[in-house]
Design a protein around this ligand. Structure first.
Ligand code: CP
Length: 396
């Protein structure tokens, strides 16, 4: 054990990361190293996971972002059991998912859209909170890959009879699914379920925490829009992105800040003071309260809706005032770069955070492309996270 602790200490020193960050990246468990030092037991599988993480992390550090051919291969390309957040991913792992998704973009544009990749495998979509885009695209993704897809809606489940989330997880696990996709209103609920089941879990949005597949589909839509304009880069080095709206309650904002920055973008966040989380600078994003200022020289504008379902009390004086201060209008758009792209994860509240004239701009808005990329990204994620489980060659 002493050797392992010393190996981790040296690893952290070599790579300039704290032991807390090491725990978060390697185990999704910030106090992991301090608990290890106080004598926490370690299973063989955890030790293997730690070793694999360290090899993969250092392999990545020596890579150039544009040299995709040298990215880690086999299970080192994505050494995770599931997908719970962008915070656990490294740049090359994000690029791997984006590159894998591209084949599904092509398939989805054909008249016949079927693959047998997940034939005989079962995917459960357990949604404890409303969704249109995420639920439907995970269902379509699983079906296009040939999986047996089952949707569990909380409103019709035994949760309504008082069953706990943990008992629900144990029940789902007993049905031997090959992947479980979870949406839940509580931050951390997906981790709780992932700890109780054998198969990989994908986070489809948990409270105010993370919505990783949204950030990945946004990155793919953005990369493809930039490629259409002739930019062939793998990443977003130097791209200026402004995210505006209810940053405080938004899991989309958090996952996007992490994902965009990992890919090299410069991220600004803009919100009324009451909807700006304190300490947002720690995530590396620059906060603005004046939307016009935030828009200066911005290449990409990502608008977010007010998450009324997560607000207790009054955060803004009125929707009309919010629109006046923070709504994206045609005249306000002139503050940004002349060809700035417009994004919105949906659902949109037209006339509140964004005007229809802007949301529907054919040459600037990529909002419907975001929805299209959602299916491809979710196909890639279902494929990748089930590879070990499916015993795909090179994935253990
Ligand atoms: N963007 C998003 O998560 O939309 P849904 O809530 O409709 O899934």
């Amino acid at each position: 054990m002493h050797d392992l602790i010393s190996e981790i200490e040296q690893f952290c020193l070599r790579n300039g990361i704290s032991e807390t960050r090491f725990g978060e990246l390697a185990m999704n468990d910030k106090p992991f190293v301090s608990q290890l030092k106080s004598g926490r037991d370690l299973r063989g599988s955890t030790l293997r996971k730690l070793k694999k993480f360290m090899v993969s992390f250092e392999a990545k550090e020596t890579l150039s972002a544009s040299d995709v051919s040298t990215f880690p291969q086999g299970d080192l390309a994505f050494p995770h059991h599931g997908l719970l957040g962008i915070a656990h991913l490294q740049k090359h792992e994000i690029l791997f998912i984006l590159d894998q998704a591209q084949q599904w973009v092509e398939l989805n544009r054909q008249s016949s859209k079927h693959s047998d990749l997940l034939s005989g495998h079962t995917v459960i979509n357990a949604f404890f909170e409303n969704s249109t885009r995420t639920l439907l695209s995970f269902e379509i993704a699983g079906k296009r890959l040939g999986a047996d897809v089952v949707n569990m809606h909380a409103a019709q489940s035994s949760i309504k009879k008082g069953e706990t989330l943990i008992d629900t997880a144990i029940t789902l696990n007993a049905m031997r699914p090959d992947a479980i996709v979870i949406r839940h209103a509580s931050s951390g609920a997906t981790q709780l379920i992932a700890d109780k089941v054998d198969c990989p879990v994908i986070n489809a949005g948990d409270g105010q925490h993370e919505h990783p597949t949204q950030a990945l589909l946004d990155a793919l839509a953005l990369r493809n829009a930039l490629r259409k304009r002739g930019d062939k880069s793998q990443d977003f080095n130097g791209l200026r992105v402004t995210i505006c709206g209810d940053i405080l309650h938004s899991r989309v904002a958090r996952s996007n800040i992490l994902c965009l920055q990992a890919l090299g973008a410069i991220v600004r966040v803009c919100a009324p003071p009451a909807l700006m989380p304190s300490g947002i600078e720690a995530l590396g994003a620059e906060p603005f309260f004046d939307f016009d200022k935030a828009l200066q020289s911005t290449d990409v504008i990502m608008m977010l809706r007010l998450q009324n379902e997560r607000m207790e009390g009054q955060f803004i004086p009125s929707a009309r005032e919010y629109h006046y201060m923070y709504g994206l209008t045609e005249s306000r758009l002139k503050e940004a770069a002349v060809d700035a792209l417009i994004m919105h994860p949906g659902p949109m509240n037209r006339g509140v955070e964004i005007d229809s004239e802007v949301a529907d701009m054919l040459d600037r808005s990529i909002i419907t492309n975001q929805v299209e990329m959602g299916v491809a990204i979710r196909m890639a994620c279902l494929d990748i996270v089930t590879r070990s489980f499916r015993k795909v060659d090179g994935w253990f």
